[in-house]
Design a protein around this ligand. Structure first.
Ligand SMILES: NC(=O)c1ccc[n+]([C@@H]2O[C@H](COP(=O)([O-])OP(=O)(O)OC[C@H]3O[C@@H](n4cnc5c(N)ncnc54)[C@H](OP(=O)(O)O)[C@@H]3O)[C@@H](O)[C@H]2O)c1
Length: 279
C-alpha cells in the first residue's frame, strides 16, 4: 500500500524505531536494513535516542552501497523540557535559533545534507497551542521551505491541537506520530483528522501500549485463522487502516516477522473487530 503525503512524497510502509537502543543502535539499524527496513526514526534527544549512532550506521551502509537516497531518515526537534543537561542546542537561545541549531546538529549526526522527515517531538502546551508552539512550528515550516527536509510533522499531539495546527499553519504537518492505544480506538480522533487533511499517521508503541490486546480471545482467533502472531496482526491492521507503523524490536527474528505482516490480508470483518477491540 503506497503512502503519499499531500506534498507528494512517498513513504515506506513500515518504520524502524531506534529509541532506547543505546550503544546497540548502530548494529540494530544495520540489522534492520538488512532485514528489509528502509525507514529509520530517531530524535536529537540523548535521553532516549542515539542519533549519532544512527549516523554511524548511515556511513557503514553507504560503504556497503546502500546510499543515502535509498534510506528514509526521520528525526525530531525535542524541546528543552524533553532534554537532560546534554541539550543539542543553546537552551538559552530563542526558539527559532534552538531549532536551527538542533536541525544542523541532526544533519551532522546523520552525515546527510537533508532529512526526509523532521518532526516536532511534542507541543509545549498541554492543551491547545501557545505562543511557543507557533514560533516553533513557524521555524519548522522555514526548514521545509528551505528544502532541507522533504516533509515536516508533529508528535504526541491531541485532536484539539492538531485541529488548531491544521487551521492556522502555512504548511500543515505531513505526518503525525502518536502512541497508539487500542483503548482509544487506536487513536481514532487523531486518525480522523489526519484522514481529512491527508496527513500520514505514524503509530508507535503499537505492541507495548496494547498488552491487553495480546490476550484478547478475538485477537487470538484472528491470528490463528491467519496462521500468524498477534504482533503481525496488529502491524497489518495498522497498515490496512492507513497508518505507518513503527516497530521498536531489538530482535532480528522479530524484525523479519514484523516485515512479514505486509504479506497478510485481513478481512473487512477482522478490521472491524480490531478497530473496537480495546473499547
Ligand atoms: N515520538 C515519541 O514520543 C515516541 C515515543 C516512543 C517511541 N517512539 C518511536 O517508536 C518506536 C517504537 O516504539 P516501541 O519500542 O514502544 O514499539 P513496540 O514495537 O510497540 O515495542 C517494542 C517492544 O515489543 C517487544 N516485541 C515483542 N514481540 C515483538 C515483535 N514481534 N515485533 C516487535 N517487537 C516485539 C520488543 O521486544 P524485542 O526487542 O525482544 O523484540 C520490544 O520490547 C521507538 O523506537 C521510537 O522510534 C516515539
Amino acid at each position: 500500500m503506497a503512502l503519499n503525503t499531500y506534498n507528494n512524497v512517498s513513504l515506506p510502509s513500515f518504520m524502524y524505531g531506534t529509541a532506547w537502543k543505546k550503544e546497540a543502535t548502530t548494529q540494530l539499524v544495520l540489522q534492520a536494513v538488512e532485514a528489509g527496513f528502509t525507514a529509520i526514526d530517531t530524535a536529537n534527544q540523548l535521553v532516549h535516542y542515539q542519533e549519532a549512532l544512527v549516523g554511524d550506521a548511515v556511513l557503514t551502509l553507504a560503504r556497503q552501497g546502500i546510499t543515502r537516497e535509498k534510506l528514509f531518515l526521520q528525526t525530531k526537534f525535542t524541546p528543552v523540557n524533553g532534554q537532560d543537561h546534554r541539550t543539542p542546542y543553546d537552551p538559552s537561545a530563542d526558539l527559532t535559533t534552538q531549532i536551527q541549531q538542533s536541525f544542523q546538529s541532526s544533519l551532522d549526526h546523520l552525515h546527510t545534507e537533508y532529512l526526509d522527515s523532521y518532526v516536532l517531538h511534542g507541543p509545549y502546551s498541554r492543551h491547545g497551542l501557545g505562543k511557543e508552539d507557533w514560533e516553533v512550528w513557524t521555524a519548522i515550516e522555514a526548514l521545509y521551505e528551505s528544502g532541507k527536509t522533504r516533509i515536516v510533522g508533529i508528535s504526541n499531539v491531541s485532536a484539539e491541537q492538531l485541529t488548531q495546527l491544521c487551521a492556522r499553519a502555512t504548511h500543515k504537518p505531513m505526518v503525525v506520530q502518536n502512541r497508539c492505544y487500542a483503548a482509544f480506538g487506536w487513536d481514532k480522533d487523531v486518525r480522523e483528522i489526519c484522514r481529512a487533511h491527508r496527513i500520514i499517521y505514524q503509530g508507535f508503541s503499537l505492541l507495548t501500549a496494547n498488552r491487553e490486546v495480546f490476550v484478547d480471545p478475538t485477537m487470538r482467533a484472528i491470528a490463528v485463522r491467519h496462521r500468524t502472531g498477534i504482533a503481525q496482526v496488529i502491524f497489518r491492521f495498522a497498515m490496512q487502516v492507513g497508518m505507518l507503523p513503527l516497530t521498536g524490536t531489538t530482535s532480528v527474528q522479530h524484525m523479519k516477522e514484523d516485515l512479514q505482516a505486509e504479506q497478510l490480508a485481513l478481512t473487512p470483518e477482522d478490521i472491524q473487530q480490531i478497530e473496537t477491540i480495546g473499547l
